[in-house]
Design a protein around this ligand. Sequence first.
Ligand code: SAM
Ligand code: SF4
Length: 445
Amino acid sequence: MNTPRTFQVKSFGCQMNAYDGERMAELLVAEGLEAAPAGEADLVVLNTCHIRERAAEKVYSEIGRLRREDGSSPMIAVAGCVAQAEGAEIPRRAPSVDIVVGPQAYHRLPALVAAAAGGTRAVDTDMPLASKFAALPGRRRQGASAFLTVQEGCDKFCTYCVVPYTRGAEVSRPWAAVMDEARALVDGGAKEITLLGQNVNAWRDPDSRGDGRGLEQLIVALDRLPGLERIRYTTSHPNDMTEGLIRAHAEIRTLMPYLHLPVQSGSDRILKAMNRSHDTQSYLAVIERVRAVRPDIAISGDFIVGFPGETDADFEATLEIVRAVNYAQAYSFKYSPRPGTPAAAMEGQVPASVQDERLQALQALITERSLAFNRASVGRRSSVLLERPGRKPGQKVGKTPWLQSVHVETEAEIGNLIDVDLISAGPNSLGGVVAGAANLTGEAA
Ligand code: SAM
Ligand code: SF4
């Protein structure tokens, strides 16, 4: 096989995968490869997600679709969590795959590509002790809003979750490395940085002694970076919401009023079976403390329906907590048994038809709440960070501090923060006009 000159990285799943995809692309560019559109690349990196079944199945159909009309395929690398979980099984099931590389080993991608070009199929699912980050090239220019992974892995072992197995133990990146990367992102044009981690609020500076500097101190330092206008962080675990981090929501101007705090279920019995290490009462207490210091904060969450043993009453308790918290937004999933996790072997697996019904009911309630949250914004003026062009000519799409998407017609360039009068709302986005231009009578632009 020839040494590839062009590449495409296709990422599935969470924001941490999107970040890894960007870093792999930077690595390949540093090696002299050029990004190419779908269908034209010599090397395709499928950066996979293993959190639910369909995500893994998607990868195999994706591999099949890469076959060209003449029967040949580009060089194919499978990266991410499916690569970690399935390893050498992938090329056995899909022989056109040349490289399998896990999420902690992708800094070695150039060497694996060279080996594959020399005819050696390479599987690297090592979890080296030295962090991959030090081996990656510097950040290239990103958009107005950039991701920055500060923490990886998880030691919490929820009984349904593959993350502790695919991403490994919880590791925080050092303070200096995070600050250097943040400065590079701001120098490259980022106005907003979202700090990422499987349990981002468990971040502790590994180089500091004693109690260690936590996420709140990092946010305070980032707040002082000239040019950085907005800071976000995701995903947080309820048990790691410290008083300091909660206080930061009241005190730090650039820390956006949005908190993604998954609860997973409203039933304490199910939370126990999930090994979540919090109950509904302690979760609600955290929400109350956050709202006490930042009353306008938008709360979002994750839910799993149809966990083994979940009864109608347990599910009703989940609907109840959605009503009690009044989420601005939430993600909900059908429980998917993950091979090797304790829940996959539990009794009382819930039939797919029941899971479907519960998911529909939950999503209907969440949509109703999101719509109510967005409608309450209509009539207000909000700052909006313009992130991408919209579908209509002249239209741009940006975000409010509460992470609502806003469609607005404006000449202002992507990357600018502008004031927008919000004039219409749906469950997933708002319509607005540049501040001062609205008669605020109701219709979207
Ligand atoms: N660490 C975060 C937490 O504990 O809230 C979440 C990380 S996980 C990558 C993202 C979400 O995927 C979880 O919050 C959960 O709702 C969902 N998830 C994880 N494993 C799942 C499974 N086996 N079936 C369905 N959803 C799952
Ligand atoms: Fe998975 Fe639980 Fe860890 Fe979140 S806290 S990554 S759900 S094991």
